[in-house]
Design a protein around this ligand. Structure first.
Ligand SMILES: *Cc1c(COP(=O)(O)O)cnc(C)c1O
Length: 400
């Protein structure tokens, strides 16, 4: 059956508006569409394909597991899930893992756990969740309400209650909102969708101190920053601040849908049998792939390589900017980078994305003013150079 982008509009719910071309094949950091046109992939499936497309270790893990055992539900456990949980706990602060299928689900579990922990320990009054404007935590109704863009949660009827927001990097505003009613503070250790915004080091430490002062849990949403993306397995490991609960997804599966919530043994106790669950969570195929991704990513070679790629990207973007003067800031960490457009091009990030696609390079946006780059953590230097050369051509055409 021949299908095209036009077929999409005939058969799909219109909540997405995908690009005009339809990709059919990927290898490393290159992708080809139905017409055979090649693209360099700086988007990585929105910070997901951390080892590029069709990495041999992932293909091997998937095919081997695919010939053994696909699915059991959580009525039974399975070896890949237990092995992956063991590796995650050994590599982080966490002692316990809950598996889900997406970032939103990992955050949903984190929020429900925080509420249940507070109820058990302090009573029903302690139920307030504080999060940050421009934060993004997923699209379930609870997570999207905790996210800091009301436009995403408006228009669906009554929202889950006891959710408050303050500005990111505004410790005084957080302090003013916190009380003994605060059950948890949820934050990204670097805001991704909100515009690639780093927290001040003092801010992160201050949030931890306030959580300790008011007996509130600190939840780090590392769905985008995690699994090597910023140059350490998780971004918290570079902040000197340890969360109580951490949500992981995106790069965790390298392209296979999986999410995970990590926490301590003491907090995990509060999700007793029957309190929460998922049919697919901890599926053997997903966990086998994530374990293969872990084995590649959790090495000095790959994590140091992320830092090297950050330097290369930032240097080359700065060079492009010397010639075209389109960016007012180039920022981010590791392979999660943002270039904010000057006031002259404010609101036009999507035009840059489209112009890039026309020249054969895939980039992302983070809001209307920021171009976002979330390539594979192992993207070859030659592909970075070629992709940025194509992007420069796109910029040249745009600025005329
Ligand atoms: C993408 C993202 C999510 C949502 O993940 P899904 O897998 O789309 O549900 C949550 N939090 C952050 C920080 C993200 O970047």
């Amino acid at each position: 059956m021949k299908v095209t982008r036009a077929t999409f509009d005939e058969v799909m719910v219109p909540n997405y508006n995908p690009a005009k071309m339809v990709p059919v094949k990927g290898e490393g950091s290159r992708v080809w569409d139905q017409e055979g046109v090649e693209y360099i992939d700086f988007a990585g499936g929105i910070a997901v394909n951390c080892l590029g497309h069709c990495h041999p270790a992932m293909v091997k893990a998937l095919t081997e597991q695919g010939n053994k055992l696909w699915h059991l539900s959580n009525v039974f456990t399975n070896e890949p899930a237990i092995r992956l949980a063991k590796k995650l706990t050994e590599a982080t602060f966490a002692d316990r893992v809950y598996f889900a299928n997406s970032g939103a689900e990992a955050n949903e579990a984190a929020l429900k756990l925080a509420r249940r922990w507070a109820l058990d320990k302090f009573g029903a009054e302690k139920n307030e969740i504080i999060a940050f404007t421009k934060g993004f935590h997923g699209r379930t109704f609870f997570t999207v309400t905790v996210g800091g863009q009301p436009a995403y949660s408006d228009g669906f009827g009554p929202k889950p209650g006891a959710v408050e927001h303050v500005d990111y990097n505004d410790l005084a505003a957080l302090e003013a909102k916190m009380s003994d009613k605060t059950c948890a503070v949820m934050m990204e250790p670097l805001q991704g969708e909100g515009g690639v915004i780093s927290p001040d080091a003092e801010f992160v430490k201050g949030v931890r101190e306030l959580c300790d002062k008011y007996n509130a849990l600190l939840v780090f949403d590392e769905v985008q920053t995690g699994f090597g993306r910023t140059g350490s397995l998780y971004a918290y490991q570079q902040t000197g601040v340890t969360p109580d609960i951490l949500a992981s997804a995106k790069s965790l599966g390298g392209g296979f849908p999986i999410g995970a919530m990590l926490t301590t043994a003491e907090i995990a106790e509060h999700l007793k049998p029957g309190t929460h669950g998922s049919t697919y969570g901890g599926n053997p195929l997903a966990c086998a792939v994530a374990e293969a991704v872990f084995d590649v990513v959790h090495t000095e070679e790959v994590l140091n390589g992320v830092k090297h790629r950050e330097e290369l990207f930032k240097r080359k973007l700065a060079e492009i900017n010397e010639r075209y003067n389109v960016f007012k800031d180039i920022r981010g960490q590791g392979c999660l980078l943002g270039a904010e457009l000057t006031d002259e091009y404010a609101g036009k990030a999507r035009d840059f994305l489209n112009a890039g696609a026309d020249e054969g390079v895939m980039v992302l946006v983070a809001g209307p003013n920021v171009i976002r780059f979330t390539p594979s953590l192992i993207i070859p230097e030659a592909d970075i150079n070629e992709g940025l050369a194509r992007f420069e051509k796109a910029i040249a055409k745009l600025v005329g």
